[in-house]
Every structure is written in structure tokens, then in C-alpha cells.
Design a binder for this molecule. Structure first.
Ligand code: SF4
Length: 218
């Protein structure tokens, strides 16, 4: 998907070989199945960067929060691992991946022929060559305004009714045609009937489930 605000490859300020040497703190990277959202069920290579300034209390990857706990890995090594897996696309997630400048990593992945997806809370400015942007905003750490123009999929985690009202406000900021999904928080089963009712009354929305937890994959 084209995002006019993303820089074109030809404008990249660093040479390809230099890009490959740039390092990111990475908690884990692995080939798996995308478990959530619009691309659920598709094979994807996940790169989970370290560092998150959002700190949701229900977060299931709290180990990712402190970037300094994680090794620095060079773009070249990440791209080679993703390319050799055979994955058609890479999901950069976190942590909060936009705490890092994603220009070098995303450009190198695209140069290697892969599409680049990102899952973000939108707490930091947008960077990189992004083919698919999933915004999962958090009420207590509002997204930067610039992100709404490049969101492909809005995925709101729901715990209470307040989250549903807020989801509607966030959707109003997104472009027409943005995929709208509500996702129950895994350990808050009482959110499920709320979501079912909401989607029946607001059929522009759909439901995203964390299917990787059912499948037993990461
Ligand atoms: S934004 Fe994501 S990684 Fe950060 S605390 Fe929330 S759920 Fe965890």
C-alpha cells in the first residue's frame, strides 16, 4: 500500500551496504503465522524490537520494554534470516518499533523483496518504508497525529465499554477504507460479549482474535 509520507528509496541518505550494518535492539525474531488482524493465518517473519514507552498493564511481552536488555542485531543479519525463511512479508513489532528509526531496516527488507508490515501503538513518529501499518492505539498514550494518514488497519484492544467508545473516536481520525477491528484482551473474557454486541450494531467493524494462542505458535 502506498503511503505518500514515506520517503522513496531513491531518497535514502545511506548506501545499501551501510544500511546492512545498522543495529537494532531485538528481543526475538522468528518465522511464524500472523495470528492477529487482517492478515491472520498468513506465514510471516516477525522481528520484535526492544523498547516500549507505553507499558500496558496487560502486555504479554513485558520483557520487551527495556531495550537495553536485548542484543543489538545488524540489519544484514535480520534480513538474511527473514529472506532465507521464505516468508513473503515481515512484521516489525515490539515493544514499540517506532521508538527506532525504521528507515534502514525497512529499506533493506524491501530491497530483499519482502513487504514490510508494522504493528505500532503510534506513540512515536512514523519512519520507514511501510507496506502495511497496523495501529493499535492505547488510551493512556495517545498516538502522534501524523500516523492516522498512513494506517491500513486499526486494531483496538478492548477490556471495557470505555474502550469501545474510544475506538469509535480513533476510527474517525483514520482514512476512509481503513480496516477496523476490535480485539478482546486475552485475559479479560468479559470483553467478548461487549465486542460481539458492538460489531452487530456497528457492522463497519470486525473482530480480531489472537489465533496464534489457539494454534500454540508464538
Ligand atoms: S504497546 Fe505493546 S509492547 Fe508496549 S506495553 Fe502495550 S502491549 Fe506491550
Amino acid at each position: 500500500m502506498h503511503h505518500p509520507e514515506n520517503k522513496k528509496s531513491s531518497e535514502a541518505s545511506v548506501l545499501d551496504q551501510d544500511i546492512l550494518l545498522v543495529e537494532y535492539p531485538v528481543m526475538e525474531h522468528f518465522y511464524t503465522i500472523q495470528g492477529e488482524g487482517y492478515h491472520t493465518g498468513k506465514a510471516a517473519y516477525f522481528i520484535r524490537t526492544g523498547g516500549c514507552d507505553v507499558k500496558c498493564w496487560w502486555c504479554d511481552v513485558k520483557d520487551s520494554w527495556d531495550a537495553e536488555k536485548h542484543p543489538l542485531i545488524a540489519v544484514g543479519d535480520l534480513v538474511e534470516a527473514a529472506r532465507s525463511s521464505g516468508a513473503p512479508f515481515v512484521v516489525i513489532t515490539g515493544g514499540e518499533p517506532l521508538m527506532h528509526d525504521l528507515e534502514p531496516l525497512s529499506l533493506a527488507l524491501k530491497n530483499a523483496g519482502m513487504s514490510v508490515h508494522i504493528e505500532t501503538s503510534g506513540s512515536s513518529p512514523v519512519s520507514g518504508h511501510l507496506d502495511w501499518v497496523t495501529l493499535s492505539p492505547k488510551r493512556f498514550k495517545k498516538p502522534v497525529d501524523e500516523i492516522y494518514a498512513c494506517v491500513d488497519e486499526l486494531k483496538v484492544v478492548v477490556l471495557t465499554k470505555k474502550d469501545l467508545a474510544w475506538a469509535g473516536q480513533e476510527a474517525a481520525k483514520c482514512r476512509k477504507g481503513t480496516i477496523l477491528l476490535l480485539q478482546p484482551e486475552w485475559d479479560t473474557p468479559e470483553s467478548m460479549p461487549l465486542i460481539v454486541d458492538y460489531v452487530k450494531n456497528n457492522p463497519g467493524w470486525g473482530i480480531s482474535l489472537q489465533t496464534h494462542k489457539f494454534l500454540g505458535v508464538r
